[in-house]
Design a protein around this ligand. Structure first.
Ligand SMILES: *Cc1c(COP(=O)(O)O)cnc(C)c1O
Length: 400
């Protein structure tokens, strides 16, 4: 349907119309054109990676209010490196052993309600997860109580982690209080919590020690970038375990804003972060995208999403055989989402329709998480108006 040929067409790989939002498997979000251009320019010259990380760190520090900042290979690797920093601190002996943690404290306490499939990121660093609390059966119980977190903390604990999602019952403040009473750092997974941009500094202000954001979601930087902001000593540990160092001890020159050379025994070896490389192009792309994200009018972006959501809901509601409900329709501060069910005599069921859309060229991906309730989901964020119209047309065509 797109008139201009994409690089994917040249490769014979079908493109996707993304009705699912910022999901990595279908490309996340589109990088800002200015950031893509900055990446291309970054590819034309050499730079010392440490100098560039220091510059990115400066920007991250500025916008988050944290002591230090670092660009990682996605928010997931920000969590891995944050964990590695909490386990190893400034010990080269421990850094050199990770992810093995024999005889070394390696437990990360996580409220059960915050567990999710990204927790592999903590384990990659060598951590063992200790989950606390339980699921409420609808009796209105808290899924986790502060005393449960306290009770899970032992001499083997290195950190407490918190995933900021709307369903979390225990406040970040409470988790931070319990952790800090025990001299433990708190890692916050805020990968998908932008916008609003005020979240860039909210967690740090609340006292979080390390916060991870995705650079490839709403920031619209490169897909393989993440932002880590936090305490200087912990970010130093990250830099020691991630930055390539040098080839001769005497000439080791790491960025002083990230690594205080007086405080460490010397040049480190490659650490656990080395396989999670961030290139100069990604660093430049992230810096550029983050600056533009800060300048952008959030309300305007939201309004644009919601206008597209309105178009979709009107068109789909007018279609025979579809049952459409709209989430957040009355709330101008949240993005409109559609849940769509199918009721056509002799027509496809929802699963068949989802599959059929997915097998088209371009492939149309609608949200399938709600499949068990007999509906699919449409998030209008990553669609153009033309694409939204095309999606309606293809849904209609696949009903008969
Ligand atoms: C997206 C996401 C991640 C991973 O972020 P990447 O930048 O893709 O590595 C981690 N945690 C949560 C809660 C997320 O939504």
């Amino acid at each position: 349907m797109t008139s201009n040929t994409t690089v994917y067409d040249e490769l014979g790989v079908p493109t996707v119309i993304n009705c699912v939002g910022e999901q990595t498997r279908v490309g996340g979000t589109l990088i800002r054109p200015e950031a893509a251009d900055a990446m291309r320019r970054a590819a034309n010259a050499y730079v010392h990676l440490g100098d560039l990380q220091a510059r990115a760190g400066e920007l991250i520090t500025e916008v988050t209010g944290a002591e230090a900042g670092y660009v990682t290979n996605g928010a997931a690797s920000a969590l891995t490196l944050a964990t590695a920093a909490c386990i190893a601190g400034d010990s080269y002996e421990i850094m050199n052993k990770l992810p093995r943690t024999d005889d070394v404290p390696d437990e990360v306490v996580i409220p059960s309600a915050h567990r999710n499939e990204y927790e592999v990121a903590y384990r990659v660093a060598g951590a063992r997860l200790v989950s606390v609390g339980m699921n409420d059966l609808g009796n209105g119980l808290e899924s986790v109580e502060p005393w449960e977190i306290q009770a899970a903390i032992t001499d083997s604990t290195v950190a407490v982690t918190y995933v900021d999602r709307p369903h979390n019952q225990l406040s970040l403040r409470t988790v931070i209080d319990v952790a800090h009473e025990n001299d433990l750092p708190v890692i916050v997974d805020a990968a998908a919590e932008l916008p609003p941009k005020e979240n860039l500094h909210r967690y740090v202000e609340a006292g979080a020690d390390l916060v991870a954001f995705s650079g490839g979601k709403a920031v619209r930087g490169p897909q393989t970038t993440g932002i880590l902001a936090g305490r200087g000593s912990l970010v130093q540990s990250v830099a020691l375990q991630q930055l390539p160092s040098g080839t001769h001890e005497d000439l080791w020159d790491p960025p002083r804003s990230l690594i205080d050379t007086e405080s460490v025994p010397g040049m480190p070896r490659h650490g656990i972060g080395r396989p999670m490389k961030v290139g100069k192009e990604e660093l430049v792309g992230l810096i550029c995208a983050l600056q533009l994200f800060l300048e952008e009018d959030e309300r305007e972006v939201l309004q644009e999403w919601n206008e597209r959501g309105k178009l979709l809901s009107e068109e789909l509601r007018a279609s025979e055989g579809l049952l459409v409900s709209v989430l957040n329709e009355k709330d101008p501060n949240r993005v409109t989402e559609l849940l769509v069910g199918v009721d056509v005599e002799g027509g496809p069921d929802v699963e068949t329709l989802i599959r059929a859309l997915r097998n088209e060229d371009p492939r149309i991906f609608v949200g399938e998480r709600t499949l068990d309730s007999g509906v699919f989901r449409i998030v209008p964020k990553n669609l153009t108006t033309d694409e939204a119209r095309y999606v309606v047309e293809r849904i209609r065509a696949n009903l008969s």
